[in-house]
Design a protein around this ligand. Sequence first.
Ligand code: FAD
Length: 281
Amino acid sequence: MQSQKQFPRLFSFEFFPPNTPEGKDKLCAATEELAVLKPKFFSVTYGAGGSTRERTLDTVLDIRKMGYAAAPHISCVASTHTNIREWLQRYKDNGIKHLVALRGDLPSGLAAAGEFRYANELVEFIRREFGDTFHIEVAAYPEFHPQAKNARDDLDNFKRKVDAGAHSAITQYFYNADAYYRFVDACDKMRIAIPIVPGIMPIGRFSQLARFSDACGAEIPRWMRKKLEAYADDTESIRAFGLDVVTVLCEDLLKNGAPGLHFYTLNQAGLTKAIWQRLGL
Ligand code: FAD
C-alpha cells in the first residue's frame, strides 16, 4: 500500500444516464444532495457498445450546468477508430478534460466486430490522437476480471493500460479489503505508480447485488451472502447490515492509505450519503 499513500484523497460518485424525464429529475435531485459532500467529480457510465452515448454526454453537460465537475465514461468494444475519434472530439469540443476509458462489454449474444480489442488500445489511441487533452481513468480488478486467463495476466494487462498513458484507476467493487491491498502491493512491485481508487458498492437490494456480482466477478463473501439471504424481503435489515459492512470496509481502506473512494451510487443519494456521514468525512 506504500505507493498509494503519496496521493491526495479523492472522492467521486458514479451515475448512469437516465432514460426518462422522471429519471432525469431524480438524478438532478441526487446530484444536488451528493454535491453537498464536495466530491472531486461525478462520473457517468456509457452503455454497452455506445448505446447511451448521447445520454451520457447530455448527463455530463447537465451536471456541469449545475456547477459540478463531471467525467463521461467511454468504451471501445465494437467501435471503429473513426467512431471513437469523433466521439472524443465531441467530448473535447464540449470542454471535457476527464474521462473513464474502458473496453466495455457487449450485450450477450452479440459478437464484437470493432477495431479495438482491449482498453489499453483505447488509452493508447486517446493519447496518440489527443495528447494530454484528457485525464484518463481506467478500470482495475482487485479480485481479477472474470475473463482474465489468470491473475498474473490480468495484472500485466492492467499495467499495459498504465504504460499506454492512464493517469489513475478506479476499481471494480469488492467486499474483501485484502484483495485490494494485495492488488495494490502487486502493482507496487510492478512499479505501477498511479492512484488506484477503490470502487464502493453500497448495499440496497440483495437480488440486484447478487446479479451484478455474478456478472462482474466481484465476490460477496459467504458470511455476507448468508446473512443477506436470511433477511429475505426485509429491506430495512438489509440496508442496516449493508451500511454497517460497507462503512467498516471504507474506514479500513482509508485508514490503510487508499487514495479516496468512488461510490457506485446507482443514481440514489441515500446510501452513499449515509455511509459518508458515518465515516465523518
Ligand atoms: P480491459 O482492461 O481491456 O480488460 C478486459 C479483459 O481482457 C481482462 O480479462 C484483461 O485481463 C484482458 N486483457 C486486457 N488487455 C489485454 C491484452 N492486451 N491482451 C490480452 N488480454 C487482455 N462498462 C460499460 O459498458 N460502460 C461503463 O461505463 C463502464 N464503467 C465501468 C467503470 C469502472 C470503474 C469499472 C471497474 C468497470 C466499468 N465497466 C463499464 C465494466 C467494464 O467495461 C467491464 O468490466 C469490461 O469487461 C472490461 O473493461 P476494461 O476496460 O476493464 O477492459
